[in-house]
Design a protein around this ligand. Structure first.
Ligand SMILES: Nc1ncnc2c1ncn2[C@@H]1O[C@H](COP(=O)(O)OP(=O)(O)OP(=O)(O)O)[C@@H](O)[C@H]1O
Ligand SMILES: [Mg+2]
Length: 309
């Protein structure tokens, strides 16, 4: 099956691009305020598989880069990596952290810089089907994060895309993190896993945990057939970084290797992820009023009307 080629990505967003929408929502500012020590090491995790970790990582990374905030996105899924696909970089990953640790190359050689988003670099833990990284200790990414911290131009963010589950891959992925973005869908199985993972993160000393509720269907929430983001927040007892609706464009953007936040015109999920990026940078969270407004029935265009005002 042939997919349309990726469009050229604008470095400067157009007037209706998500950044402009976000700016309208953030009092006219064109970039969020980054404060405190950097690099900030953030793991994107979930417990349950398939809830949107990689989608979230790719879009947060692309959004940061477009805001001129340097970011290294790390694919910590040693066995089944796919962050490279979502970023359209699959043909450019020749070296990985495994090669660096084996002494075959330098770390900067394993970093793949996105051509259109110059502030975005990708680091993969290993090549698919490679057995070597599975034998690495949990300190692998701690070493990578330390090396990036000491680099001549350290990134402002290191975003780690965590594998599903809570086994060795999870332990490796969370090891260097100081903050976590916990992705969940609004269903009871994902929530139970998210709750367990939140506990494990806290045990590991990661206290700054924020939730992204993904694949929300306002029509189902309205009919009380799906938990609302507020229900999820209350159940997990953690601040909300974002509420991302179910959006058919996600699969299209995945197949094109162009993160959703770069879509022009923006789509509901892209806008939600763009705004989550602002909150991440500003260490902000959604308020109950904002969440309720997003979940309001679609009279004025639903999610889009909220994000576009
Ligand atoms: N908001 C959304 N709307 C529609 N589809 C979505 C949305 N978010 C994610 N998806 C789809 O869900 C599937 C899983 O997403 P993704 O690969 O990001 O999850 P994951 O948590 O990284 O999975 P894994 O645990 O296997 O690593 C993909 O097909 C993706 O396109
Ligand atoms: Mg994934």
């Amino acid at each position: 099956m042939a997919f349309p080629p990726p469009r050229l990505l604008p470095l400067q967003p157009t007037s209706c691009a998500p950044r402009a929408v976000a700016a309208r929502h953030h009092g006219g500012r064109t970039a969020p305020e980054l404060s405190g020590p950097t690099p900030r090491v953030v793991v994107v995790t979930s417990g349950k598989g398939g809830v949107g970790k990689t989608t979230t990582t790719a879009n947060l990374a692309a959004s940061l880069a477009r805001l001129s905030i340097p970011v290294v996105a790390v694919d910590a899924d040693a066995g089944l990596r796919n962050l490279d696909l979502l970023l359209g970089l699959e043909n450019r990953v020749h070296l990985t952290a495994a090669d660096v640790l084996a002494g075959d190359c330098r770390l900067d050689q394993a970093l793949v810089r996105h051509r259109a988003l110059q502030e975005l670099q990708l680091l993969c833990l290993s090549k698919p089907r490679s057995k070597l990284p599975l034998a690495f200790g949990s300190k692998t990414l701690t070493w990578v994060a330390d090396a990036l911290r000491r680099a001549a131009n350290p990134p402002a963010f290191i975003l780690i895309d965590c594998p599903a589950g809570v086994d060795a891959g999870f332990v490796t992925a969370i090891a260097p993190a100081e903050e976590a973005v916990l992705v969940t869908t609004p269903d009871i199985t994902a929530l139970r896993d998210a709750d367990r993972v939140a506990g494990l993160l806290e045990c590991d000393g990661i206290k700054d945990i924020k939730i992204i509720v993904n694949r929300v269907r306002p029509d189902l929430v309205k009919g009380e057939d799906m938990m609302s983001a507020l229900d999820v927040q209350e159940m997990l007892g953690l601040p909300l970084l974002g509420v991302v609706p179910e959006d058919a464009e996600v699969i299209r953007s995945t197949n094109r290797g162009v993160p959703l936040v770069l879509n022009d015109p923006p789509t509901p999920a892209g806008l939600a992820l763009e705004q989550a990026t602002w909150r991440l940078v500003e260490r902000d969270a959604m308020t109950a009023v904002m969440v309720e407004e997003q979940e309001r029935p679609k009279k004025k265009g639903g999610f889009l009307s909220f994000f576009s005002r």
